[in-house]
Design a binder for this molecule. Structure first.
Ligand code: ZN
Length: 474
C-alpha cells in the first residue's frame, strides 16, 4: 500500500509511505505511567515530546528517552509572574543564576521578573538592555521582564514597550527605594492610558502610601520598633483604599490591571465586583498570604516581614474561600531575597520580602490537602492558578501554562506522597533563609523539564538548558 500525504495548500511536499507500515516517529522523550494534570482533568498515561513541544498525550510512543513516572503526578511547569532576582547591580543578593535555579528546583519553568531591586531598575531602555543581558547570560528557566512605571519615567514607556517588556509594574506605596519611586495618581492614570493603547497590563502594588507613612512616623515618634509596629503601620484600610482607588483609575483609563499580592478578602472582593461589572482586572495572591498569619509574623519576626503584611487567620481563611471558588486569578511567590544580614535589625531596618520562589508548589499542595482537597484536586488548583492563569495574563498561553499538545514541554514530576521537612540545605537561593524552614511539606518536586530538556533531577539543577526570553506576542 502506498499512501501519499500532501501538505494542505502545497503540491511540493509529498511523502510516500510504503510496505503498509506507517513510519514511526521517534520522539525525544516520553514520560510514561503518569497522572497527568491537564486543563481537562487528571488523566493517566504518557506525555510524548518532540522538538521541545508536547506532541502526544495518551499511550506511550517510542522515544529516545523514556522516563517511568511510577504513577506520580506530572504538572505543567509553574509560571511565576512575581520574582525579584536583583541582577544587575545586586547579584550578591541573589542573581539570575541562583534565583532561576531556585525556581527550577521548585518546578517553576517560567518567571516574569520585576523591574525593581536590580540596579539600575528596569525603567529605561538602558535598564532593560542590562537586565536582558544578565538574564540571557544566566537564567536557567524561560523568562519575561516587567518594565517599571515610576514617578518620572513616562517618557521612557514607549522605548520599554518597543523593547519587549511583558507589561509594567507600579507602586502606589513609597518603599524608600530612590530608583523606584511610587507613581502618583496622575502618573498612574496617564501611564495606564499609554499602556491601554499598547495593550499591555499594569501590575500594581496597592497600599496607601500617605496613610502608612503617617502611621509609621507616629509609631517611630512613640519609640516603637517592635515587630507588631509593622502591622500597626499597615492596617487593612491602607490596602483596601488603594485597591478601590486603582480600580477606579484603571477603569477610567480602560487599562488592563493586575493587582499583586492582595492579602485581604475585602480587597479581593472589590476586584471581583469590578470584574463582574466588566472591568479587565485580575489579581495575585502569594503563597505566604495563604499560609502564614499575623501570629506567625509575631513569632517569626523579621524573616516574615513583607508588605502588605501577614494578616489574621480569618483573612487567610477568607482568601482560601475565594481560591477554592475560583475567584483568585494567580498564585505567585513574590520571591524577594537579600543577604541574611539585611534581615537583621529592628522591624523598620530589616529588608521586607519573603524568599519563597522555590516553595509555591510544595506549600500549596500541602496546604490545599490540609484544608481537605484530594491530592489530584490540589494539583489541579496549582495548575490552574500557578500555571494556566499566569501564562494567560502574561500573554504566554500559546507556549506555556498547560500540558497540552502543541505547547512547550515544561513538565514537573511530583511525588505527592513524599513527606519532608524543609531545611536550608534544600534551598537553591544564594541566601537560603525562609520563614518556612522547619515546616513539614507533603509533595516534592522530583524532576523538571524545560522545553523537553532535563532541567532538574534528584536534588540538582542541571546545566544542559538555558532560559529563553519570552517577548509578548503582539
Ligand atoms: Zn515584589
Amino acid at each position: 500500500m502506498t499512501a501519499a500525504l500532501t501538505a494542505p495548500g502545497s503540491s511540493a511536499v509529498v511523502l510516500e509511505l510504503h510496505n503498509g507500515e506507517m513510519p514511526l516517529t521517534v520522539n525525544d522523550l516520553c514520560v510514561t505511567n503518569a497522572r497527568i494534570v491537564t486543563p481537562q482533568g487528571v488523566v493517566r498515561g504518557s506525555v510524548s515530546v518532540l522538538g521541545g513541544k508536547v506532541v502526544h498525550i495518551g499511550p506511550a510512543q517510542p522515544a529516545r528517552q523514556e522516563v517511568d513516572a511510577g504513577g506520580k503526578l506530572l504538572l505543567p511547569g509553574l509560571v511565576d509572574l512575581h520574582v525579584h532576582f536583583n541582577e544587575p547591580g545586586r547579584t550578591d543578593w541573589e542573581g539570575w543564576a541562583h534565583g532561576s535555579a531556585a525556581a527550577a528546583a521548585g518546578g517553576v519553568t517560567t518567571v516574569v521578573e520585576m523591574p525593581l531591586n536590580a540596579v539600575p531598575a528596569t525603567t529605561t531602555a538602558r535598564g532593560l538592555a542590562l537586565k536582558l543581558a544578565a538574564a540571557q547570560a544566566h537564567s536557567r528557566v524561560d523568562f519575561g521582564l516587567w518594565g517599571g512605571l515610576i514617578r518620572d519615567n513616562r517618557a521612557d514607556l514607549s522605548d520599554l514597550i518597543a523593547g519587549g517588556v511583558t507589561g509594567f509594574k507600579a507602586f502606589m506605596y513609597e518603599t524608600g527605594d530612590p530608583t523606584f519611586p511610587a507613581a502618583s495618581d496622575g502618573v498612574l492614570f496617564t501611564g495606564m492610558q499609554a499602556l491601554a493603547a499598547a495593550g499591555l497590563p499594569l501590575l500594581v502594588h496597592a497600599e496607601n502610601s500617605d496613610l502608612i507613612h503617617t502611621l509609621m512616623g507616629d509609631l517611630q515618634a512613640a519609640g516603637r520598633s517592635d515587630t507588631p509596629a509593622w502591622l500597626d503601620a499597615h492596617p487593612p484600610v491602607s490596602e483596601v483604599e488603594a485597591v478601590a482607588r486603582v480600580l477606579r483609575l484603571a477603569r477610567a483609563a480602560d487599562c488592563r490591571l493586575h493587582i499583586v499580592h492582595v492579602s485581604l478578602p475585602e480587597a479581593a472582593r472589590l476586584i471581583v465586583e469590578a470584574r463582574e461589572g466588566g472591568q479587565q482586572v485580575t489579581y495575585e495572591v502569594c503563597a505566604h498570604h495563604l499560609i502564614l498569619t499575623d501570629q506567625d509574623f509575631l513569632r517569626l519576626g523579621n524573616v516574615a516581614k513583607c508588605a502588605p503584611p501577614l494578616r489574621s487567620q480569618a483573612d487567610v481563611d477568607g482568601l482560601w474561600e475565594l481560591l477554592l471558588t475560583g475567584q483568585i486569578d494567580t498564585l505567585a511567590s513574590d520571591h524577594s531575597p537579600c543577604p541574611s544580614e539585611l534581615k537583621e535589625g529592628n522591624i523598620w531596618q530589616s529588608w521586607g520580602g519573603i524568599n519563597g520562589g522555590q516553595l509555591t508548589l510544595p506549600l500549596m499542595l500541602t496546604e490545599a490537602q490540609r484544608r481537605g482537597l484530594s491530592v489530584e484536586d490540589a494539583a489541579q488548583l496549582v495548575a490552574r492558578h500557578a500555571c494556566q492563569n499566569p501564562a494567560r495574563i502574561a500573554g504566554l498561553s500559546s507556549r506555556k501554562g498547560a500540558i497540552q499538545v502543541g505547547l512547550d514541554a515544561d513538565l514537573v514530576l511530583v511525588d505527592p506522597q513524599a513527606v519532608w521537612t524543609l531545611q536550608e540545605s534544600a534551598l537553591k537561593s544564594r541566601h537560603p533563609w525562609s520563614p518556612f524552614i522547619g515546616r513539614e511539606l507533603v509533595g516534592k518536586v522530583e524532576r523538571a523539564w524545560l522545553r523537553g530538556r532535563a532541567l532538574y533531577a534528584d536534588g540538582a539543577v542541571l546545566d544542559n538548558v538555558r532560559g529563553e526570553w519570552l517577548r509578548p506576542v503582539s
